[in-house]
Structure formats: C-alpha cells, structure tokens
Ligand binder design. Structure first.
Ligand SMILES: Cc1ncc(COP(=O)(O)O)c(C=O)c1O
Length: 402
C-alpha cells in the first residue's frame, strides 16, 4: 500500500523564511573557505555575565537536572519583582508563564487567543515570526505599513482605522526588530487609548527594553492604564537580548490570570517548563541585574558606539539612506537608491537581489527587507565587533562605488 504521507495544510500555508535563503548561502560560501562578514545575526555577541553562568552551573552540579517545575516559583518571583521595579506593574506569580524563549511565549499566546479567521494587526516592518505564528493559528494578519516619515511607527489613527469587529489582537514591539525604532511614552499612551476604547487585546513584545540609546524612557503598554494592565495587555519579555542569554532559552509572558492559565495549560501539553538550570540562571539574572547593572551598562555602551559608527557610515554609501535607530541592535537602511544598478552583470531590483550581490561579490551578509515585510530596506545587525563593522562597510563601499 502506498504511503499516506502528506504534510498538513497548516505548515504548507507557512512561508519559508527569506532570511534562511541568504543565511544558507552565507554558510555555504564560508564552508568553501570564503571570508564572509555577517551582519545577519539577531543575538548579542557578548558572553553571558559570569554570575549568571555560575548560577546555572551550580544548579547542574548540585543535581538540579530533573523537570523544571520546581524552579518556577523562584524565577516567577524574580520576574514579578523586575516588573514592579522597572515597569511599575504589579503581578502575582500565577500571572507569569515562563517558556523556552520569548518566541514560544508569543506562539503560546497567539495559539490561545486567535481562532480561524480572526484578524491580528501587525505594524510593518515586523519581526517575521509574528506573521507566520498568526498564520499557523489560522488567523489573518492585517499589516499596517509604516516608513521613515514616522520613524517606522504607526499612528493611533492608523490603528483605529484598521480595527474591525474581527480584530482579536494587536502586536506591539518597541524597541523594534528590524527597524530599531522606539515609541515615546506619549506615543504608547496614544496607542493604549485606542486599545482601551475598542477593547482590542495586545501583545507587547518588550524583549529589547534594556537596549535603548538616547533619552527615550521605555514605557510598558500595560502600564498605560489599569484597564490595559488588568484586562487587555500581555507583556512578553525574556533573557535573550538583555543578558546575552539566547542559548539558555528563557522567555516569559505576564498578563490577565484567565489568559495565563490557558497559556500554562497549552504549554503543559507542548513542552512543559524550560530546563531547570536555565531557570536558575534567569532567576539570578533578574535577581542581581537590572537596567542599571554594570554588565548591562557596558553592553549597551558598546552597542551604542557601534550603532553610531554603522549608522553614520551607512549614510555615506551610494544609494543607502538610514534613519537613526534608537534601540535594539539593528540598522535598517533604505536601499532603493541602488535599484536599477548592475554589478558584474547582475541587476539589482529588490533588497533580496542586493543581499545576494553583496554576499557573492563583496562577502557581506545582510538580511533582505522582504523577510520583514519591506520591499525597500535591508537589515544589518551591529552585534559584531567594531573592526568587522568597519571592514564590512569598506567592502560595501567598494562594491557600490564600482
Ligand atoms: C522582536 C523579537 N521578539 C522575540 C524574539 C525571541 O527571542 P527569544 O525566543 O530568543 O527569547 C526575538 C528574537 O530575535 C525578537 O527579535
């Protein structure tokens, strides 16, 4: 009998990641011995602070190698204290669910809140997983376009206009991956007012909250009003970016109890709790580090120096225009000025074409804007050394001046 193999419709509807195509090509070139400078990565290049590594190691060597549930109370308590101190938000431990990375926190929430055909509003450019996670839940992404004229931020009017009776959720991300934009407290209050007026729920992805440069003070969307805090906003955060802990896989969500109960139930059948030693490291991170701790100040200050250099140099490249990113660790230049030009017989018409040419002809890996819902931009991460920032941009300069 022939095999009954078929892939489920659910996965067939999901688009392959445009980032993977370039990443796979970069890796293949590296494997052939080519010298590639990578601006693709979405993770800090710093070591996890020593005291956090020590806490994780201690957990392992003291035999904490079983299921992670036992570690839950300590970490949830530390997260509640962080939320109170840094974000002015009171939560009980029952309102927190810790997951294997913020990516899983987002996935859980979307699965629990979005039914087939429900609309989810996503400002573009967006982090690509928002779109695919909504599709995986059978939801309908409603994209709000933004550009440089508003520093890639939506207006409250834009949000209100997009809300229909089918709107279930709004995705908020500040500081933003990929644009580096940061909403001011005033802008967040205006968005919050629309949510309050319409009753729409929001996921507020604040994973880059410790990486803001300049004067803007972060404001959690949930902190805008008691109603948003109690009923409408679920805050998503994690250790990956703040403490350079991408491989530990700790993310979390805080929100209304009824929603978080459903999330806990969902996760209990998917993955259960994250590894016990990772939770021990995260509890140490939240217990001993905060926005003003030495390790974070040092990391932020190095990112800031690199940000200034990359941003300034990108604006000297022929055909590139880049607004100043104020958070996260990405520059998101507009590269329309390069479209129509031909490099060694290859004509560039899209961000993807430019990324292929930069990789093949200059040995520089960037992520095409298509991955984030933009047909005009590329993303470069400055989570790499100053030396490689300068070296890679020298190569782009040579290519673009050729
Ligand atoms: C905007 C945004 N949200 C969430 C995540 C997920 O982070 P993690 O799953 O490592 O906690 C990322 C990672 O790149 C991100 O850029």
């Amino acid at each position: 009998m022939a095999s009954r193999f078929k892939l489920a419709r659910r996965i067939l509807d999901v688009q392959p990641s445009a980032t993977l195509a370039v990443d796979a090509k970069a890796k293949a070139l590296q494997a052939q011995g080519k010298d590639i400078i990578g601006y693709g990565v979405g993770e800090p290049d710093f070591d996890t602070p020593e005291h956090i590594v020590a806490a994780g190691t201690k957990a392992l060597s003291s035999g904490d190698t079983k299921y992670g549930a036992k570690r839950g109370p300590e970490l949830k308590k530390a997260i509640c204290e962080k939320l109170k101190k840094e974000n002015g938000l009171e939560y009980k431990p029952e309102q927190i669910v810790v997951s294997n990375g913020a990516k899983q926190s987002l996935y859980n929430l979307i699965q629990v809140l979005v039914d087939e055909g429900d609309e989810v509003i996503i400002p573009a450019p967006f982090w690509v997983s928002y779109l695919e996670q909504v599709r995986l839940a059978g939801g309908k992404p409603v994209i709000l376009e933004t550009d440089e004229s508003t520093a890639f931020k939506i207006t409250p009017e834009q949000l209100e206009k997009a809300i229909t009776p089918k709107t279930r959720l709004f995705m908020h991300n500040s500081p933003s991956n990929p644009t580096g934009s940061v909403y001011t407290p005033q802008e967040i209050k205006a968005i919050g007012a629309v949510l309050e007026k319409t009753g729409v729920l929001a996921l507020s992805d604040e994973i880059y909250e410790h990486l803001i440069y300049g004067d803007i003070q972060p404001l959690s969307l949930a902190a805008v009003s008691p109603q948003l805090h109690k009923e409408q906003v679920i805050t998503i955060n994690g250790c990956s970016k703040s403490f350079s802990m991408t491989g530990w896989r700790i993310g979390w969500a805080a929100g209304p109890e009824a929603i978080m109960k459903a999330v806990a139930k969902f996760q209990s059948h998917a993955t259960s709790d994250p590894a016990a030693f990772s939770q021990a490291g995260a509890a140490e991170a939240y217990g001993r580090s905060d926005v003003s701790s030495a390790a974070i100040i040092e990391m932020r200050s190095q990112f800031n120096e690199r940000r200034k250099v990359m941003h300034a140099r990108l604006n000297t490249l022929k055909g590139f225009k880049c607004i100043e990113p104020l958070g996260a660790f990405y520059c998101f230049p507009n590269v329309e000025g390069v479209f129509g030009r031909t490099f060694n017989g290859v004509t560039v018409k899209t961000p993807m074409d430019l990324c292929n040419v930069a990789l093949e002809q200059a040995g520089v890996a960037m992520v095409p804007g298509e991955a984030f819902g933009s047909q005009k931009h590329v993303r470069l991460s400055y989570a790499t050394s100053m030396e490689l920032i300068n070296k890679g941009i020298d190569r782009l300069e040579k290519l673009l001046n050729s």
